[in-house]
Design a protein around this ligand. Structure first.
Ligand code: 13P
Ligand code: SF4
Length: 321
């Protein structure tokens, strides 16, 4: 009820328009670029200069000429942008926008894990802290992980951290000797196989598409598995008209925008909740985007030596993908 009212309230609408104007004005004033992940709320995606997956966003951050990077995403993404641009100011609308996967891998425990397996090469998913990146050999994202693993000599065992679902999926695809860190994403583990089967019965033509952070029973059922960008591209190039989407619901905005005549059904979570929304990503709002640009904070600040150490495995990733 409140939501419906707020959308139709002309005063609020005008205020939101002003805020958008102000953000665009500040962007010019600061010579800033706004980078946004697909899981951001649709208003933020529409204000961004670029919307993408973790790999595309890292590439954009690495190549930008802007003086200020405003990162509408979560902390590890903004940190990566800072590591790639130590001399630029990187702003994150809400400094508390974290990630359950990154939190599942504390640096001290990760260091001990590496020490226990000194013969293993460590390939670490970008969803981790700068400290964990600095302790890793190569960083990867869900877009390039398979390609990177296939470039590692076959006799070399691999430590894959922190996502156990993505790790198990890659292990199956590449048939490699891999030890997995036991982490997972709160959003991608919420999808209910039972409810998805129910949806497939109701929509027999629909293709099930899933992010590799989902659990194995969902991935096994999926017609297509890929990163957020890969899922979006699949829906655009596929002749099919209906899709059940097993990833964070924010991506539906770009899917629907690109293919207004296709039907996108969010995969349902187990409970009757909005658990297919990432609570960390959704901490960022248009208001916080405006205020971080206006006040030039919260800003990502990292130790210079830590950034130097974390840059090497990120560079390896960019070279290998
Ligand atoms: P992508 O790199 O596929 O966008 O995934 C990021 C992420 O956090 C998924 O939960
Ligand atoms: Fe992290 Fe999951 Fe949110 Fe992605 S969806 S940012 S992995 S908590």
């Amino acid at each position: 009820m409140i939501d419906v009212l707020s959308h139709t309230d002309p005063k609020l609408h005008a205020l939101q328009l002003d805020l958008k104007e102000e953000i665009l004005h500040l962007k010019k004033e600061l010579n800033a670029v706004i980078l946004a992940h697909y899981y951001q709320e649709s208003e933020i995606q529409d204000l961004a200069d670029f919307v993408g997956d973790s790999l595309d966003l890292s590439r954009r951050a690495a190549s930008t000429n802007a003086d200020v990077i405003v990162f509408a995403g979560v902390h590890f993404m903004a940190e990566t942008a800072k590591i790639l641009n130590p001399l630029k100011q990187v702003l994150l609308p809400d400094i508390e926008a974290g990630c359950s996967l990154a939190d599942s891998c504390p640096a001290a425990q990760f260091k001990a894990f590496r020490q226990l397996h000194p013969d293993h090469i460590s390939i670490t998913y970008i969803n981790c802290s700068a400290e964990v990146k600095a302790l890793s050999d190569i960083i990867c994202t869900s877009s390039n992980a398979e390609k990177i693993i296939n470039q590692i000599p076959v006799e070399r065992p691999i430590l894959f951290s922190p996502d156990r679902n993505l790790g198990a999926y890659l292990q199956k695809k590449t048939n490699r000797d891999m030890l997995l860190w036991n982490g997972s994403c709160i959003v991608h583990e919420t999808f209910s196989e039972r409810k998805i089967i129910g949806l497939q019965i109701e929509h027999p033509e629909a293709k099930l598409i899933a992010h590799p952070e989902c659990e194995e029973p969902i991935l096994r059922r999926a017609d297509f598995v890929g990163s957020t960008s890969a899922l979006l591209k699949y829906t655009q190039s596929s002749p099919e008209k209906e899709f059940i989407v097993a990833t964070e619901v924010g991506i539906l905005h770009q899917m629907q925008k690109a293919c207004p005549n296709k039907i996108f059904i969010p995969a349902p979570p187990d409970e009757n909740c909005a658990c297919n929304e990432c609570p960390h990503m959704k901490r960022n709002t248009v208001e916080k985007l405006y205020s971080c640009m206006k006040n030039r904070q919260p800003e990502i600040i990292l130790d210079a030596l830590l950034m130097k150490r974390a840059l090497t495995p990120i560079h390896r990733m960019l070279e290998m993908s």
